[in-house]
Design a protein around this ligand. Structure first.
Ligand SMILES: Cc1ncc(COP(=O)(O)O)c(C=O)c1O
Length: 405
């Protein structure tokens, strides 16, 4: 490590240095407390957030939920699979987006990803479609949209709804359309590190009235609020957020445009600064897409760098840049939950659902996921933040240049 280099402390999304939580949030929280109602069905703040969110994305309905995991769970519940049905998804994602499938009694069928964008594609989804496929989840990883046109065409051909996991992709667009509005349902997370945050929280959006209705019910213990003769119509959890969370969410939501703009601008500068570093290529993106840089990922070609990915990350860490090699370490299907099918008691349900008897076994063999293995073996995930200045960006670019030498 070059001791001449002045180490910079970068803004972090773990605290005030990289999170804009201040007067606007305080003011709205104060209003909630003065009103004295924290319960969202009777309050106005969560409803306002839902209304504004729906308006921003031009959709008929938005329902607030207690996390991004709850968002995916509500989306799957809206599609209402039968036990043992299949949901196609990516093995490179957050576990919360996968357990949701099991909780609704369906089984995850993993499809491979493109090695350079880390996203699922129509080509990787197609061979995974069976007569039991009830939905496809596409995850716009790190804020880079999936190549949606071929995926939409494929799913339309088979009559399969698409759930878009846009937890990392607020305001990212594909051919001018915001992701989350292209498929049947869009899911967002407000967890601490996301483009907007309430610590925990999320949103589901849809233009389909039946899905929207079912998601509204699902997050409310399936209680028919507002109905003439309400009842608990089906099995459902309480995934609501409270009014304080709604107030923070509203204030954060009003800052989203600025956050996305600043992230794009600093990422643009970074892209130019690293363009000529041998062995370093930004995460690829489909034509016509405009990513939002939840993280800034680069692919490292170790045949062109002096040291390997792990050493590069280690060097950057010494300079205060917490770049992460391999993202989640291993594809999800290699996690114990899927390897040993650890679900409810000793049942391994829904994998063992009787309706699956006689079906070909689920393919969780790593060798059939070359794109996923390659993606994880060459990705370096660089933390990104709306508070990065030109100095921060140049510092990260210069350190990356040095780290690979
Ligand atoms: C792509 C993706 N989906 C789902 C989730 C789950 O969101 P949460 O952590 O809010 O439950 C995350 C969380 O980080 C995520 O990144």
């Amino acid at each position: 490590m070059n001791s001449e280099i002045k180490k910079l402390t970068l803004p972090s999304d773990g605290d005030r240095s990289g999170r804009d939580l201040g007067a606007e949030e305080l003011e709205l929280v104060r209003q909630v407390l003065e009103n004295g109602c924290l319960f969202s069905p009777k309050g106005t703040f969560v409803k306002r957030l839902e209304k504004d969110f729906a308006a921003r994305y031009g959709v008929a309905s938005a329902t607030a939920v207690s996390s991004g995991s709850a968002a995916v769970h509500a989306a799957i519940a809206a599609i209402d699979p039968d036990p043992g049905d299949e949901i196609i998804t990516t093995p490179i994602t957050d576990m919360g987006a996968l357990t949701a499938i099991l909780y609704q009694g369906a089984v995850p069928v993993f499809c491979d990803v493109d090695a350079d964008s880390y996203n699922v594609t129509a080509e990787t989804i197609r061979p995974r479609i069976t007569k039991r496929t009830k939905a496809v989840i596409v995850t716009h990883l790190f804020g880079v949209p999936c190549d949606m046109d071929p995926i939409v065409a494929l799913c339309r051909e088979h009559g399969i709804p698409i759930i878009e996991d846009a937890a990392q992709a607020f305001d990212a667009t594909y051919k001018g359309k915001p992701v989350g509005t292209i498929g049947a349902i869009g899911c967002f997370s407000f967890q601490q590190g996301k483009h907007m945050t309430t610590g925990e929280g999320g949103m589901v959006i849809s233009n389909n009235p039946a899905y929207a209705r079912r998601m509204f019910l699902f997050v409310n213990k399936a209680w028919g609020y507002g109905d003439q003769n309400p009842d608990h119509y089906f099995m459902a959890p309480n995934y609501r957020i409270n009014e304080i969370t709604g107030a923070v969410g509203l204030a954060q939501f009003n800052k989203l445009t600025g956050v996305v703009k600043r992230r794009r601008a600093s990422a643009e500068r970074f892209t130019q600064r690293i363009a000529d570093i041998p062995g370093v290529k930004p995460q690829s993106r489909p034509a016509g897409s405009d990513p939002v840089f939840w993280k800034y990922c680069v692919n490292i070609d170790e045949s062109k760098t002096a040291v390997g990915l792990t050493e590069i990350a280690k060097r950057m860490k010494e300079w205060g840049i917490f770049a992460m090699p391999r993202y989640i370490g291993k594809p999800a299907f290699q996690c114990q939950i899927f390897r040993d099918r650890v679900t409810m008691g000793r049942s391994s349900w829904p994998f063992t659902d009787p309706s699956r008897t006689g079906l070909p076994p689920l393919d969780y063999n790593a060798e059939n996921f070359p794109g996923s293995l390659k993606a994880l073996s060459h990705v370096l995930v660089i933390p990104w933040n709306e508070f990065y200045t030109d100095e921060h960006v140049d510092y990260i670019a210069d350190r990356l240049r040095e780290a690979v030498r």
